[in-house]
Ligand binder design. Structure first.
Ligand SMILES: [Zn+2]
Ligand SMILES: [Zn+2]
Length: 137
């Protein structure tokens, strides 16, 4: 069993999981680009019940491109968004892939490829979707 720990930039906010994520998704949507400042965002999805959090988090909610609610949790000190909840997957927590100190499995799909930068490419064997994932997995 691998313990995975995600931390914000300053280290005050952490999220720990006792096992691998159930799935990992690379998302090219504009909101993920804004959140990360990167050309795409990558989220590791774990069951909420498996998460242990230390430190305080502020929240900011928005409506996702799917029309469903999404709430971001970020460190009040360094402002790193560490994790988020999705109305679409109420049992899951999405965690920023780059915030982990440990190696995680690679994404299983790339979504919102209609907003993908033309210099970004994903492995041929990854399913890609022009918009969001058709259904929760
Ligand atoms: Zn911080
Ligand atoms: Zn996105």
């Amino acid at each position: 069993m691998t313990t995975h720990r995600a931390t914000c930039q300053c280290g005050a906010l952490t999220a720990t999981f006792e096992d691998d994520p159930d799935f990992v998704i690379a998302c090219n949507c504009i909101a993920c680009q804004k959140r990360t400042g990167a050309p795409f965002g990558t989220g590791a999805y774990f069951r909420k019940s498996r998460m242990t959090v230390t430190g305080a988090a502020n929240t900011w909610a928005r409506t996702a491109d799917t029309g469903r609610a999404l709430e971001n949790f970020f460190c009040p000190t360094c402002a790193t968004t560490l994790y988020w909840t999705l109305e679409m997957r109420p049992d899951y927590i999405g965690v920023a892939y780059g915030s982990f100190d440990t190696k995680l499995p690679h994404p299983v799909r790339a979504i919102w490829t209609e907003a993908q930068h033309d210099w970004v490419s994903f492995p041929q064997d990854w399913p890609t979707f022009p918009k969001g994932t058709p259904e929760p997995t």
